[in-house]
Design a protein around this ligand. Structure first.
Ligand SMILES: NC(=O)c1ccc[n+]([C@@H]2O[C@H](COP(=O)([O-])OP(=O)(O)OC[C@H]3O[C@@H](n4cnc5c(N)ncnc54)[C@H](OP(=O)(O)O)[C@@H]3O)[C@@H](O)[C@H]2O)c1
Length: 299
């Protein structure tokens, strides 16, 4: 049985996509452990309701929300600014907000939605908050991926925005592979900074996932997990993220992929260093960011 500390008092934690599903369950569990919780949502109403629900359920008054549509780069930059204006450091960042899009959509920045929301938002938010993370004694970044990454043989750099022959399932799988490539590459670059980064698969859960595509798509998602006998509840789906955020067992552990609180091998495509490096460089270019300073001391 993995050990989970009884409290996270004084730890500042941010969870994206915390207005529902796995993110909300993760934020609730961390608030139960007395963390200072910042939930990130795109809907003011849902985010406010989540904050109220968590405060009521846990008695923790240090729960707040920040708003951003994470598919929009301008809002990601604003989110990071809003956070830094209020908090000196960040101890735990859980990049969780994500979705599958059956039909191809483009963001206001002209990027394909699965790539922009599921991968680039993780990348940009993490880059923008690196200084805040380095201000923590022992910061942890947790990237919520999916075992769906296994169905993607590699990143299609010839058509990164899936402009030709879009298949939602494939675009989703590619974005979840990108989560792990990003995790492994960032972990290498963070060596010596005291900041760790790991990825995870939460398991199959009947959240709001796929509802954006309509009820049939949602039912298909749930039915697939029921037939595979691997449908789990929200609290269980959040457990690996909570474990990675809190457990002393994973102190200093970085660049790994977790399932059910255990480090496991991800697909072979995740370990292609050239691909990870190329994705890193393209992600910087697409977000207009400079190579971050990864020294221990903020400069
Ligand atoms: N469900 C599964 O079986 C499963 C399996 C493997 C991996 N995952 C991963 O788990 C993560 C969470 O999924 P979930 O199952 O909890 O789904 P969910 O219930 O649909 O929750 C997704 C969260 O992301 C937010 N979000 C979506 N688009 C956004 C945007 N443009 N800007 C800001 N926030 C946005 C949603 O906000 P709203 O509340 O406003 O919609 C919601 O809070 C995803 O990364 C997914 O890939 C899920």
């Amino acid at each position: 049985m993995a050990d989970i500390p009884q409290n996270m008092t004084g730890k500042i934690c941010m969870v994206t996509g915390a207005s529902s599903g796995i993110g909300q369950a993760t934020a609730l569990a961390l608030a139960h452990l007395d963390a200072t919780m910042i939930i990130v949502g795109r809907s003011q109403k849902k985010s406010k309701n989540t904050v109220q629900m968590i405060k009521k359920a846990t008695g923790n008054v240090n729960v707040d929300y920040l708003l951003a549509d994470l598919s929009t780069q301008k809002e990601l930059f604003q989110l990071a600014e809003n956070f830094k204006n209020r908090y000196q450091r960040l101890d735990i960042l859980v990049n969780n907000a994500g979705a599958k899009f059956v039909k191809r959509l483009e963001t206001v920045d002209g990027l394909e939605m699965s790539f922009a929301l599921n991968h680039l938002a993780y990348f940009i938010l993490t880059m923008l908050l690196l200084d805040s993370l380095k201000n923590s004694n022992e910061a942890r970044i947790i990237n919520v991926s999916s075992d769906s990454h296994r169905s993607c043989p590699g990143i299609n750099f010839n058509d990164l925005q899936s402009a030709n022959n879009y298949i939602g399932k494939q675009a989703y799988a590619q974005s979840k592979l990108a989560n792990i490539l990003f995790t492994y590459e960032l972990s290498e670059r963070l060596k010596g900074t005291g900041v760790t980064v790991n990825a995870l698969t939460p398991g199959g859960v009947a959240s709001n996932f796929c509802k954006n595509n309509g009820w049939i798509s949602w039912m298909k998602h749930i039915t697939a997990h029921i037939l595979a006998l691997n449908l789990i509840g929200l609290a269980e789906a959040a457990r690996t993220a909570v474990f990675l955020a809190t457990s002393s067992e994973v102190m200093g552990i970085s660049g790994q992929y977790f399932s059910k609180q255990k480090s496991i091998r991800s697909s072979a495509a995740c370990y292609d260093k050239e691909t990870a490096n190329r994705l890193w460089r393209i992600s910087l270019e697409l977000s207009g960011l400079a190579e971050p300073s990864l020294s221990k001391i903020n400069v």
